[in-house]
Design a protein around this ligand. Sequence first.
Ligand SMILES: [Zn+2]
Length: 334
Amino acid sequence: MSANQLLIGLFVVAIFTSCNIREPKVITVNGEIPSGAMGKTLHHEHLLVDFIGADSTGYHRWNRDSVVEKVLPYLIEIKEMGYKTLIECTPAYLGRDPELLKILSKKSGIQLITNTGYYSAVNAKFLPEHAFTETASQLAERWIDEARNGIEETGVYPGFIKIAVERGPLEEINRKVVEAACMAHKETGLTIMSHTGLAEPAFEQIKILEEYGIHPSAFIWTHAHNEKDIDKHFEAAALGSWIAFDNFNPDRTERFVDFAQQMKKHGFLKNMLFSHDAGWYKPGEPGGGSFRGFTDIENILIPALRDAGLSQQDVHQLFVTNPAKAFQVSKRLQ
Ligand SMILES: [Zn+2]
């Protein structure tokens, strides 16, 4: 090999390496994939939720085979509609089960993403004891450990940070969880999805992110449809935050369509996320109780969006481009 050939070879290797470094990734229960491989995505759903409380929940509460038997058809159903990824938003102490998700992903062919973090809403019923005594940085250490070493011994890594707060002003325990999420984001680059609802706690959290030097694009304002003042949505979107209308059901078609039209008009389609917040195999109920499938968006909302004048490209933005960007692993610092 001549010196020239060697140089060209090195140059090619360098280009490949730099492309790889720059290619954004997301983390599924089966490992990293390029964010561009997420495809059509439902960004906020649940396969199993256990409401019994942090002091009593655990893997003994459900039988994985029974859950798989019940839930698998619902995943196959959306696979056949062209969906490739479902983001499973059940946090630890509320029924998160990485082993179950691995099995369901493998059997269905749907890419699943799980999370780290704690849910401090509902009077802290879903917080483990140590969340009350440890500092924000100790909690962050636990979540960073999951991001670095996997969740328990499962070999599954979290793809985002899921937290939950009560309505504002934030109580101390809520603020601690938000600060822990900020610290974990700065170490891991995982996006912070926060069960929030109204504007007041949303802006309080965005302010905390900013205090930690984190750009609002690392924050998903979850259940933003509970806030009726659309100016607040515009305001948060203008800062760069993600605005999630994530609890679609057919009764809400008009509201979701109107929201999409308004956001588009103001140039904020790029900040929006839609999902059902559906599913929910419920341990403790006979047969897991009633399970809500994930097809209303495809069957009802998307046709309604198209009828209202949104283009195919807009729909692609909402269900492909935006989730891929929202969940890509990157430290978003100010
Ligand atoms: Zn949810």
